[in-house]
Design a binder for this molecule. Structure first.
Ligand SMILES: Cc1cc2nc3c(=O)[nH]c(=O)nc-3n(C[C@H](O)[C@H](O)[C@H](O)COP(=O)(O)OP(=O)(O)OC[C@H]3O[C@@H](n4cnc5c(N)ncnc54)[C@H](O)[C@@H]3O)c2cc1C
Length: 259
């Protein structure tokens, strides 16, 4: 079967080519989607390649930051925590150079292991997602966006630089592996704290119970278990995640407390 390949050269042309998203497969950096096509698990009839659409940028204005959907993950790796350290933890140099921020946000959730590490820090940062699709352009929170991420074309993400941020992930020394579990913390200008985790549900989840107990990092760590939907997969067991999630929550809260 032949594929109709669309390569728009502007944001407007990309939005027009995407239309209502029906029968269109978006290709960002392709680190996931090309593999799916090669293995025959995905057989698109129309592929929308965004490489020339003008969606690769990191714009800063005061404390406000806007990141284009096609920005390589490596280009946000030197930003503040939790986003910068999380991006620096994705894959290796080659993957970070090819993988895009929008592709990471929209990464499908395979049964083998979690995917889309940047969802965690973006959720903690309460980022806004600007997207287009059925009904035209709209802006919504990452939390809302994650409920229907396969039905929109992401244009960019906006968020404020926090007063403090922290990122902690499960790590196995000397092993190269996708992230099994990670926690992101953000302290906003009004002193409020937002916590989010990846590897604790099908997409990134907000740790609201832990946020409510944030003054006591140990109690917050235990409270986080009520927010999580921990599963066994190829990277870790639910048993192991249950023991590690409270520790990661404690670690990020202790880190931002020091600021
Ligand atoms: C060796 C290896 C190691 C990896 N390690 C990690 C890791 O440590 N952490 C991690 O999070 N991921 C990892 N990944 C997965 C992947 O590289 C990242 O999630 C990456 O950010 C996906 O971005 P992409 O641009 O390549 O996505 P693509 O493959 O282009 O697309 C991924 C999905 O998002 C959709 N999409 C892409 N752009 C948009 C857009 N603008 N709007 C709407 N939908 C869009 C596509 O249709 C597809 O469904 C790894 C992959 C490999 C091969």
């Amino acid at each position: 079967m032949s594929i109709d390949v669309l390569i728009p050269e502007s944001v407007d042309a990309a939005a027009e080519a995407y239309g209502d998203g029906r029968d269109v497969t978006v290709v960002g950096g392709g680190t996931i989607v090309v593999q799916l096509m090669t293995q025959g698990w995905l057989r698109p009839t129309r592929a929308l390649m965004l490489s020339k659409a003008g969606l690769s940028y990191v714009r800063k204005s005061g404390s406000a930051v806007t990141v284009g959907a096609m920005t390589p993950v490596t280009d946000v790796a030197d930003l503040f925590a939790p986003l910068g350290p999380c991006a620096a933890n994705v894959g290796d140099n080659e993957i970070r150079a090819q993988a895009t921020v929008g592709g990471n946000l929209c990464a499908p959730t395979p049964p083998e292991h979690p995917s889309g590490d940047l969802q965690g820090p973006l959720l903690a940062l309460d980022a806004s997602v600007r997207s287009t699709g059925a009904g035209g352009e709209s802006t919504e929170t990452v939390e809302e966006f994650l409920t229907h991420r396969d039905a929109r074309l992401v244009l960019d993400l906006s968020f404020e630089e926090p007063v403090a941020g922290a990122f902690a992930a499960l790590d196995r020394p000397h092993a190269h592996h996708p992230t099994a579990l990670a926690v992101s913390a953000v302290k906003a200008g009004d002193g409020s704290i937002r916590l989010a985790a990846t590897g604790a549900g099908p997409t990134a989840i907000r740790l609201s119970s832990a946020e409510a107990a944030a003054d006591d990092p140990e109690a917050a760590g235990q409270a986080a278990l009520a927010d999580a939907d921990l599963q066994d997969d190829a990277l870790a067991s639910a048993w192991y995640r249950e023991r590690m999630l409270p520790l990661l929550v404690q670690r990020v809260l202790n880190e931002i407390k020091e600021v």
